[in-house]
Design a protein around this ligand. Structure first.
Ligand SMILES: Nc1ncnc2c1ncn2[C@@H]1O[C@H](COP(=O)(O)OP(=O)(O)OP(=O)(O)O)[C@@H](O)[C@H]1O
Length: 355
């Protein structure tokens, strides 16, 4: 298993589109890193740059001790020693499961007997023991994805790259495969880079999560760090559906611009004088009952406009003075139309003013 390092990686596409900007990323040996970000933020570009399908405009990619891209060098994908699984399980329909899985070994000139043993071992590992002779067309979507995983693992890759590898599967199968993937890669000590658009999946699976925005890393950290200490309004909003409110910090208070809300700076992280945005995580808003809320100059009152059940907490939207606040409510779920009061427990200030 190997660490993966990207140093000062820039990638411009022909035609000028920026793919990646100044990426410095070190994935430790045996680490499970998830890459998330909005559509077009550069997730696939980053993964394909590590894989060797794209060449960076500048910077270096190192796998283990080998510089595989940069410094005048570009190693072909098949020589990088990586395993890859994509959303579309690209199995060959005319080859049996065993033949699909053994293909990388055939390419590498591994003997027939050795191939048979290794294919049997890896099929056992992914929970499909004895399925060598099956036609892939007779398998379920989840089984086919396990075959793709077995094929990626059969040559004992230095690291595993997953591009939306579970996204085509339905729950609860997806949930089960997610858990299996995590325990399997942990047991094998595999370095994994997992691209997903599913934020919960990234937070649940990864040791660390990197959030991309416009081809650059907005923040990288453990799931706990990213959820409890987002570095910017963008991260808080993208990852945790934070409420983002424009305003000004002045004289010990944040004052919202288009809402009567004021919040004392002692419950605001990163507060500094001037204009910016206040991000408030849904879990940092508590609701009280308020029969007189939601009218006049009552800054902390509103009316429930949506109330959805959730296992951990209900997902409640409160409309207050024309602004919708998303709140994670533990305990009794308020009803739509109910008048409530809003109390902010904590906010995160960001000097970036949105357009
Ligand atoms: N072949 C290409 N030629 C030119 N520009 C491209 C090409 N592929 C991607 N881009 C651009 O590079 C940027 C990053 O794209 P990328 O596909 O890496 O994003 P992504 O985060 O994987 O998006 P998604 O979640 O939609 O798959 C986007 O602005 C995209 O339009």
């Amino acid at each position: 298993m190997s660490a993966i390092s990207l140093d000062s990686i820039h990638l411009d596409y022909p035609g000028g589109a920026v793919g990646l900007r100044g990426i410095d990323l070190h994935v430790a040996d045996g680490e499970f890193l998830a890459l998330v970000g909005p559509s077009g933020s550069g997730k696939t570009t980053l993964l394909r740059t590590v894989a060797g399908f794209l060449e960076p405009t500048s910077g270096t990619v190192t796998i283990g001790n080998d510089v595989v891209a940069g410094a005048g060098r570009s190693l072909a994908p098949e020589h990088r020693g990586l395993g890859m699984v994509f959303q579309q399980h690209a199995l060959w329909p005319h080859r049996s499961v065993g033949k699909n899985v053994s293909y990388p070994l055939e390419l590498a000139g591994v003997s027939r007997g050795e191939r048979r043993t290794r294919v049997a071992d890896v099929l056992e590992l992914v929970g499909l023991p004895g399925l060598e002779s099956r036609n892939p067309a007779t398998l379920s979507g989840g089984q086919r994805q396990r075959v793709a995983l077995a094929r990626a693992l059969v040559r004992s890759p230095r690291a595993l790259l997953l591009d939306e590898a579970l996204s085509a599967l339905d729950e609860p199968l997806r949930d089960r495969l997610r858990l299996e993937l995590r325990s399997l890669t942990r047991a094998a000590g595999l370095t994994v880079v997992h691209v997903t658009h599913d934020r919960s999946e990234a937070l649940a699976l990864a040791d660390r999560v990197a959030i991309l925005d416009g081809g650059a890393i907005a923040q990288i950290g453990t799931p706990e760090e990213l959820v409890t200490r987002p570095a910017s309004a963008f991260v808080a909003q993208f990852l945790s559906d934070a409420n983002v409110i424009d305003g000004v910090v002045d004289g010990g208070l944040f004052r919202a611009e288009e809402h009567p809300l004021t919040v004392p700076v002692d419950i605001i992280d990163n507060a500094s004088e001037g204009r910016g945005t206040l991000s408030i995580l849904p879990a940092d808003i508590s609701l009280g009952s308020g029969s007189d809320a939601g009218s006049g100059s009552d800054a902390d009152g509103g009316v429930v406009t949506s109330s959805l059940f959730g296992r951990e907490s209900s997902d409640v939207v409160v409309s207050s003075h024309g602004v919708s606040f998303r709140c994670a409510v533990r305990g009794p779920r308020p009803s739509v139309g109910e008048s409530v009061t809003i109390t902010i427990g904590r906010g995160i200030f960001d000097r970036v003013v949105r357009d």
